[in-house]
Design a protein around this ligand. Structure first.
Ligand code: HEM
Ligand SMILES: *[C@@H]1O[C@H](CO)[C@@H](O)[C@H](O)[C@H]1NC(C)=O
Ligand SMILES: *[C@@H]1O[C@H](CO)[C@@H](O)[C@H](O)[C@H]1NC(C)=O
Ligand SMILES: *[C@@H]1O[C@H](CO)[C@@H](O)[C@H](O)[C@H]1NC(C)=O
Ligand SMILES: *[C@@H]1O[C@H](CO)[C@@H](O)[C@H](O)[C@H]1NC(C)=O
Ligand SMILES: *[C@@H]1O[C@H](CO)[C@@H](O)[C@H](O)[C@H]1NC(C)=O
Ligand SMILES: *[C@@H]1O[C@H](CO)[C@@H](O)[C@H](O)[C@H]1NC(C)=O
Ligand SMILES: *[C@@H]1O[C@H](CO)[C@@H](O)[C@H](O)[C@H]1NC(C)=O
Ligand SMILES: *[C@@H]1O[C@H](CO)[C@@H](O)[C@H](O)[C@H]1NC(C)=O
Ligand SMILES: *[C@@H]1O[C@H](CO)[C@@H](O)[C@H](O)[C@H]1NC(C)=O
Length: 352
C-alpha cells in the first residue's frame, strides 16, 4: 500500500533533469548546437523553423518527437508532419536528421529526438538574438504520429477565447500564450494562413465578413495592400509556396518588435490581432513592447513549460535511432497501422 503510494508519487513527479546527458553523452548539447549553428549560418530560416517544430511537437501528444515521424507508407499523409498545420509549412527536418546522425555516431541509442528538438529550439532562440536558457532533458520518443491529432494546434484564425482554451488544454496560461506568440518576431508565413482560397476562415484580405472592402479592419490598410501584392487573390491556389515575413520591423531578430508591430496593426494573423481584443492580453502586449528584457526572460520560462508538456520519461517510449521512423523492434509497428487512418481536422488552411 505504502509502496504503491510511493511509486505513484514518484511517477507523478517523474520529470526532466538538467545535465541529463552529462554522463550519458557529454557532447550531446554541443553537437546539436554546432549542427544548428552551421545550418543557421547557411540559412537564417532554420531558427524560426526549429522553434516552431518544437512547439508543434509539444502541442500534439506532448514533446515526444512525434512531429518528426514520416507517414507510413510514404506519401500516405497519415503522420502529424503531413497534416495541414504542418505541411508544407514545417521545414528543415534535415537539420534534426543531421544532428541525430552525428549523435548516433558518438553515442548510439542514447539521445532522444524529442530532446534534440528541445535543445535545437533553444539554440535557435540564441542564434536569432534571444536569451539562452538551460534545457532539462530525458524526454523519450513516442511511437505514434497521427495527422488527426494536429487539431490540438491553434489555427491562425483563432480568437482570443479559443487561443486561451487551446493553451489551457496544455496547462499553459493566458500569459504563456501571449509570451510565446512573440516567437512570431522571426520567420515567414504562407499566404494561406491569412489570405487566399475562397471561404478560408483565415482570410483577412479579400473576403473578411462584414467589411465593405473585404479587408479585416484590425489590419493596417497599408499593410493589407502590401500583403495583397505579395498574395494576389487565390494565390494560395496558384502560388502555394509564396511566403511573407511575419515581423516587418526586424524580420530575423529575436526581439520584441512583434509586439510593437501588433500595436500598429501589423500582426499578420487573426490570432496575432486577437491579442489586442482582450484587456489582459492587451496590457501584456504593451508591457512587452515597452520592455524587451521582460519579454525575453518570460519567453525562456514559458518555453521551458512548453517543453515539459506530457513528456515520456524513464522506461516510457523509446530512443528512436532515426527520428523519422519508429524503431524496428518496437511493437508500435502495429500502432502505425492505426496511424494510416488518421486525418487532419482542418482542410484548406494552414494552422499554427
Ligand atoms: C498562439 C497561437 C499560434 C498560432 C495560431 C500560430 C500560427 C502560425 C502560423 C499560421 C504560422 C505560419 C505557417 C505558414 O503558413 O507557413 C506560424 C509561423 C510560426 N510560428 Fe506560430 N502560431 C502560434 C503560436 C506559436 C508559438 C507558441 C510558437 C513558438 C514558441 C510559434 C512559432 C512560430 C514561428 C517561429 C513561425 C515561423 C516559422 C517559419 O518561419 O518556418 N508560434 N505560426
Ligand atoms: C544551404 O542552403 C541552401 C538553400 O537555402 C541549400 O540548398 C543548401 O543545401 C544548404 N547547404 C547546406 C550545407 O546546408
Ligand atoms: C489522437 O487521435 C486518436 C485517433 O483519432 C484519438 O483516439 C486520440 O484521443 C488522440 N489523442 C490526442 C492526444 O489527441
Ligand atoms: C470565438 O470563436 C468561437 C468559435 O468560433 C465562437 O463561438 C466565439 O463566440 C468567439 N468568441 C469571440 C469573443 O468572438
Ligand atoms: C495538466 O496538469 C494536470 C494536473 O497536474 C495533469 O493531470 C495533466 O496531464 C496536464 N496536462 C498536460 C497536457 O500537460
Ligand atoms: C466570402 O464569404 C462568404 C461567407 O462569409 C462565402 O459565402 C463566399 O463564398 C466567400 N467568397 C469567396 C470568394 O471566398
Ligand atoms: C477565386 O477563384 C474562384 C474560382 O476559381 C472565384 O469564384 C473567386 O471569386 C476567386 N476569389 C477571388 C477573391 O478572386
Ligand atoms: C511548391 O513546393 C513543393 C515542395 O517543394 C513542390 O513540390 C511544388 O512543386 C511547389 N509548387 C509550386 C507551384 O511551385
Ligand atoms: C480575457 O480572456 C480571459 C480568458 O478567456 C478571460 O477570463 C478574461 O475575462 C478576459 N478579460 C477581459 C477583460 O475581457
Ligand atoms: C509504443 O507506445 C506505447 C505507449 O507509450 C507503449 O505502450 C508501447 O509499449 C510502445 N511500444 C514500444 C515498443 O515502444
Amino acid at each position: 500500500m505504502l509502496l504503491s503510494l510511493l511509486a505513484a508519487l514518484l511517477s507523478a513527479t517523474a520529470c526532466l533533469d538538467f545535465g541529463f546527458y552529462d554522463t550519458r553523452c557529454p557532447n550531446a548539447e554541443a553537437i546539436v548546437q554546432q549542427t544548428v549553428a552551421a545550418a543557421f549560418g547557411n540559412n537564417s530560416g532554420v531558427a524560426p523553423a526549429l522553434i516552431r517544430m518544437h512547439f508543434h511537437d509539444c502541442f500534439v501528444r506532448g514533446c515526444d518527437g512525434s512531429v518528426l515521424i514520416d507517414s507510413m507508407p510514404p506519401g500516405s499523409g497519415t503522420a502529424e508532419k503531413d497534416a495541414f498545420p504542418n505541411n508544407p509549412s514545417l521545414r528543415f527536418f534535415e537539420v534534426v536528421d543531421n544532428a541525430k546522425a552525428a549523435l548516433e555516431a558518438q553515442c548510439p541509442g542514447v539521445v532522444s529526438c524529442a530532446d534534440i528538438l528541445a535543445f535545437a529550439a533553444r539554440d535557435s532562440v540564441v542564434l536569432a538574438g534571444g536569451l539562452g536558457y538551460q534545457v532539462p532533458a530525458g524526454r523519450r520518443d513516442g511511437n505514434i504520429s497521427l495527422a488527426g491529432n494536429t487539431t490540438d494546434l491553434p489555427p491562425p484564425f483563432a480568437n482570443a477565447t479559443q487561443l486561451v482554451q487551446m493553451f489551457a488544454k496544455k496547462n499553459l496560461t493566458l500569459e504563456d500564450m501571449v509570451v510565446l506568440s512573440g516567437a512570431h518576431t522571426i520567420g515567414v508565413s504562407h499566404c494561406s494562413s491569412f489570405a487566399g482560397v475562397p471561404n478560408n476562415p483565415g482570410d483577412r484580405l479579400y473576403n473578411f465578413s462584414g467589411s465593405a472592402d473585404g479587408i479585416d479592419p484590425s489590419l493596417s490598410k497599408a499593410y493589407a495592400f502590401l500583403l495583397k501584392s505579395i498574395c494576389p487573390s487565390n494565390s494560395s491556389r496558384f502560388f502555394p509556396n509564396t511566403t511573407t515575413l511575419m515581423d516587418l520591423i526586424t524580420p530575423t531578430k529575436f526581439d520584441n518588435k512583434y509586439y510593437v508591430g501588433l500595436q500598429n496593426n501589423l500582426g499578420l494573423f487573426k490570432s496575432d490581432a486577437a491579442l489586442l481584443t482582450n484587456a489582459t492580453m492587451k496590457s501584456l502586449v504593451a508591457s512587452f513592447a515597452r520592455s524587451e528584457g521582460t519579454w525575453k526572460s518570460k519567453f525562456a520560462k514559458s518555453m521551458l513549460k512548453m517543453g515539459e508538456i506530457e513528456v515520456l520519461t524513464g522506461t516510457q517510449g523509446e530512443i528512436r535511432r532515426n527520428c523519422r521512423v519508429i524503431n524496428p523492434t518496437s511493437t508500435a509497428g502495429a500502432r502505425n497501422v492505426i496511424a494510416r487512418s488518421g486525418s487532419s481536422g482542418f482542410t484548406g488552411v494552414a494552422a499554427s
